[in-house]
Design a protein around this ligand. Structure first.
Ligand SMILES: [Zn+2]
Length: 87
């Protein structure tokens, strides 16, 4: 009888432990995603050097004050490839 109780307790503990691990993994990934988004937002809020002239790009500026280059170099690359393609 005690043996059966012991096995049941072990099974219940195992289920609880697996549930806790599953919750930790699930919530951990959610928290990691939130932390990454917060870090990305903080990165976007910081002044950063212009990719073209090295001048300071303010967070709210859409283009460089010094050379007028757009803030996001990716847009420039996409646009330039569009312009280069013969149409
Ligand atoms: Zn610039």
């Amino acid at each position: 009888m005690f043996g059966l109780m012991f096995v049941l307790v072990i099974i219940v503990f195992a289920i609880v432990a697996v549930g806790m691990v599953a919750h930790m993994v699930a919530f951990g990934s959610v928290f990691w995603l939130i932390a990454k988004k917060v870090a990305d937002a903080a990165e976007n809020q910081r002044p950063k050097p212009c990719a073209f002239c090295g001048g300071t790009l303010l967070p709210e500026a859409k283009a460089c004050d010094t050379c007028g280059a757009p803030r996001d170099p990716k847009h420039v690359a996409v646009r330039s490839t569009h312009q280069d393609s013969p149409s």
